[in-house]
Structure formats: C-alpha cells, structure tokens
Design a binder for this molecule. Structure first.
Ligand code: BES
Ligand code: MN
Ligand code: ZN
Length: 503
C-alpha cells in the first residue's frame, strides 16, 4: 500500500471511499457536514434514524451518497468531543482501517487526520494514523501452507491518503508520513521476527538476518561465535547456551552515520529464541509463547532498519544476545556458579532467569568495546513486569534521570509508552548470594518486586554507562501476536537525539 498526504475538500474526492468523523450526540465534524450539505442531509438522516450515534470506534459505510464523487462514505464515531484524546485518536484510525479492509475499495481519503489535539500537529496526526493503519493491515502468513496462502485474500486498498486542513499543513504532514513509514518498516520487521516459530527463528537465523540487513542498508554486521565468546570470557551467556545444541550468537550491527569521534548510542536486545526455562522448567501452558522471548533483539533489528532508512546522522550500535534456553545433559543446574565477562561471579538459583544471564555479558561487551554515550537494553525479562503494568506500558529502569526522561517522552510522543519503576540501591541486598558475588534471582523478599530485581541484577554490569533497561515482557506481544514494540519509542528517541544535534 502507498500513503499520501494532501489537502482537499471532502465532497470533491473522486475515490472509492472517503472517511469522515462524527462525535456523539450526533455532532458531525466539518468534513461530515460538508458531505451532509452536498447530499441534502444524507448524513443527518442516517444519524436521526439511529444508525450512527457517534460512539467511539463505531463505523458505518454509506454507498452512492448523492452529491459526493466517492463510491463510499465511511462515518466513524469519535465519542464525546471533550473526551477525545490521543488514545481515542489512535482508536478511530484503527477502526477506520479495519472497516476499510473489509471493503473492496482500492483508494481512500481520510479526514480523521484533521482532528486536532492539544500539543499535537499534523505531523503527529499523520504519523499516528499511518502507524495505526499499518498495525491493522499487518498479517503474518509465512507459516501457512502453499494452498492456504493462495486462498488468503490480500487487502485491496492500494492508496490511502491522509488529508490535512490547509495547504500550509502539507510539509508537516509529509514529515509525519516519512518518519512513520520508516518506523512502520521497522515495526514490521520486528513483528515478523517475533512471530516466527522457535524452530525457524534460531540464533543462527537471527545472525543470518543481520548479515542480510548489512547488504540492504548502511549497516555493518559482525557475529561473535561461541569460540569468540569463550575467548572473551562470557561464562554467563555461554552457560545458558550450552543447554541447547543450537549455537549462540552475539550479533553486532553498527550504523555509524554521525560524527566520527562521537561515541555511539548502544541498543542491546535479549534474543532468547526459545525459553523453556531450562531445568527450572516452565509449565506447559502458554510455553509456546516463549518463542517471543527474542522480541528485545527483534526491536534492535527494527530500530536500526528505521533509522538507516531515515539516514539519521547519528552513531548507533545494536547488539543482540541470541541463545536458546533448553535442557540437555550440559544445561545449567540450580546452584551452579558461573563467571561473567566482567569477572562478577553469579550463582544460578533459577535457570529460568536466563535473560539477565545472557544480557549481562552483552552489556559488559558493549561497555568495554564502545564506551557508549548511552546504552538502552530491551528484554522480555520478567513475568512480574506483566503483573505490574500489563500490556499497556513497558517497564523502564535507569541510572540516568535525563535518559529516563528522554525515553518516557519518546514513548508519550509515539504512543508506545513506558512507565518508570524504581531501582534504588536499597534493593541490592536482595540478590546477595551465599557463595558467589550475586545470585540470579532474589535471595530475600522472594517473589517481591520481580521486575526491579531483574533491573538491579543488570545494573551490576552497567555501572560505567548511562543506561536504561526496558522490560517489554508485557508489551512485546499480546495474545499470540508480536506488537513490534518498543520500536516506535526507540525510533522516536533517536529522532529526537538527531534533531537536538541540528540546533
Ligand atoms: N522470558 C521470561 C519472562 C517472561 C515470562 C516474559 C512470561 C513474558 C511472559 C524470563 O526468562 C523468565 O522466565 N523470568 C522469570 C524470572 C524469575 C525466575 C525470577 C519469571 O519472570 O518468572
Ligand atoms: Mn526464562
Ligand atoms: Zn526468558
């Protein structure tokens, strides 16, 4: 599908569908009023009959509306006008896209991008509309058989135009289009990788994809193999990997388009391609969902794709720690002690707390190799974070308030939000070990503050960096579908970093 931005009157659009909004209490938007006028009250009549009451997210498609050149007029309920907020904005864009997908329309013009919100401009409106639409149109059918794939009816829509009120709003709209198209491409890659099953999306597969990215974008890829990790002393990461016959990979992708002497921003992702829990095995129910345990890594792929597409003048390195967490005769056992690359020894009291075991070595590698200006890790780290925040907000932890603020702000801006949880040193004692430097789970206050404990563990390995940890356990997938989060937040963050450098 192709997207456009333009500015034109609704009644003059010669397309398969135009989309206009109706607030509840039968209060039409300006665009809806214009159609009502040329059609001698067609829309007013529909509202009086009670077929469209303006309820938030409801839709109704009218055909052959007199006076309009469009084949269809879609009415979209916007809810109460004074309650119309950013969440409602996204909701109505998605509702329109869902209804549109059900039609045979090949082109459409939406006036839902006119809807003004406090503090938001048409760049934001267009970007959010596009991202919401792409979310609705996304399908993952790669794993269906050839026959089924033939039967899948592709979306008919080919051209989708977002209208803005004035010609002078066009540049803002175009910027929104460009940025969100790049973001959407990154989100799609993250979703595709996330949705792939564990037997296909292995650490080796991810490494291959990273090599492929390097052929398509100005990205340099390097893969550290098991032998390289052994040389570096990554005893923690390797201890997780040795429970499986799939070899681990430390995937490094460099995008260096900023000033030569400028330290990069590092993005580090948990790429655990299947988490059975190891000897501390998980229950069978929903274990299939642990194929999504590499979504942090997938978000590194997606974010780098988006910023390379946008040619942002910044230095970013993406690192994905890729491994499986299975059980064989060599697998970690509760009570084992391993030595991490940093020299810190770890008592593994629960083999299912493996994310922190692979990330700690990746973080040490990044700290020592790049001395990054900022480091952000993304990980489906704890079930406790899902309990705390559900699927609405990502958990954020940071040792640098300015970085936390920047990420929280980017989350608000992109609608891909995070919420900060504490990581005070008061929690440090919780991971004290009887025999090693630290334990990989809480040794006191068991079961309490689980998301924080994960962050506190990682913080032991990031003392020399300005660092933030994003626990995406609740947000990276919902139901059985990858969301592509937190790619929008990260891309927005990097857009903001790049913009600041310009002025
Ligand atoms: N990948 C899981 C976390 C997870 C669980 C994400 C459920 C999404 C949904 C992680 O490796 C894990 O197993 N964490 C343990 C940690 C515990 C043993 C301290 C958890 O959350 O139960
Ligand atoms: Mn686990
Ligand atoms: Zn895991």
């Amino acid at each position: 599908m192709e997207y456009f931005v333009k500015s034109g009157s609704p009644e003059k659009q010669r397309v398969a569908c135009i989309i206009v909004g109706i607030f509840d209490r039968r209060s039409p938007t300006e665009a809806a009023e214009k159609i009502d006028k040329v059609s001698d009250g067609a829309i007013g009549a529909v509202m009086r009959r009670g077929d469209m009451d303006g309820k938030l997210g409801s839709t109704l498609i009218l055909h052959n509306v007199a006076g309009s050149f469009a084949d269809r007029v879609m009415l979209v309920g916007l809810g109460r006008e004074r309650n119309f907020d950013e969440a409602a904005f996204r909701k109505v864009q998605a509702a329109a896209a869902r209804a549109l997908r059900q039609t045979g329309a090949i082109d459409a013009v939406s006036y839902l991008t006119h809807l003004a919100l406090k503090g938001r401009d048409y760049q934001w409106n267009v970007a959010q509309a596009l991202l919401a639409t792409e979310d609705v149109f996304y399908r993952f059918d790669d794993c269906r058989g050839a026959k089924a794939r033939e039967d899948i009816s592709a979306a008919k829509l080919e051209r989708y135009t977002f209208d803005v009120p004035r010609r002078s709003d066009l540049p803002a709209g175009e910027r929104g289009l460009k940025e969100s198209l790049a973001t959407a491409k990154g989100v799609k890659l993250a979703k595709d990788l996330g949705n792939l099953p564990g037997n296909i999306c292995t650490p080796s597969y991810l490494a291959e994809q990273a090599r492929k990215l390097a052929t398509q974008l100005p990205i340099k890829t390097r893969i550290l193999e098991k032998a390289d990790m052994e040389k570096l002393g990554m005893g923690s990461l390797l201890s997780v990997a040795k429970g499986s016959s799939e070899p681990p990979k430390l995937i490094i992708m460099e995008y260096l388009k900023g000033p030569k002497n400028e330290k990069p921003i590092a993005l580090v992702g948990k790429g655990l391609t299947f988490d059975a829990g190891g000897i501390s095995i998980k229950p069978a129910a929903k274990m299939d969902e642990m194929k999504f345990d590499m979504c942090g890594g997938a978000s590194v792929f997606g974010t780098l794709t988006a910023i390379a597409e946008l040619k942002l003048p910044i230095n970013v390195v993406g690192v994905v720690a890729a491994s499986e967490n299975l059980i064989n005769g060599e697998a970690n056992k509760p009570g084992d002690v391993v030595t991490s690359m940093s020299g810190i020894t770890i008592e593994i009291l629960n083999t299912d707390a493996e994310g922190r075991l692979i990330l700690c070595d990746a973080l040490t590698y990044v700290e020592q190799t790049y001395e990054p200006s900022f480091c952000v890790d993304m990980a489906t780290l704890t079930g406790a974070c899902v309990v705390a925040l559900g699927s609405v907000a990502t958990g954020l932890f940071s040792n640098t308030p300015a970085l936390a603020r920047a990420l929280l702000g980017a989350g608000e801006q992109s609608g891909d939000r995070a919420w900060e949880l504490p990581m005070w040193s008061d929690y440090d004692d919780n991971i004290k070990s009887e025999c090693a430097d630290i334990a990989n789970i809480a040794t006191r206050g068991a079961g309490e503050a689980g998301a924080t404990i994960g962050a506190v563990f990682l913080h032991r390995f990031t003392r020399k960096m300005k660092w933030a940890h994003l626990d995406i356990a609740g947000t990276a997938w919902v139901g059985k579908k990858s969301t592509g989060r937190p790619v929008p937040m990260l891309v927005q963050y990097l857009l903001n970093v790049a913009a600041k450098k310009h002025d």
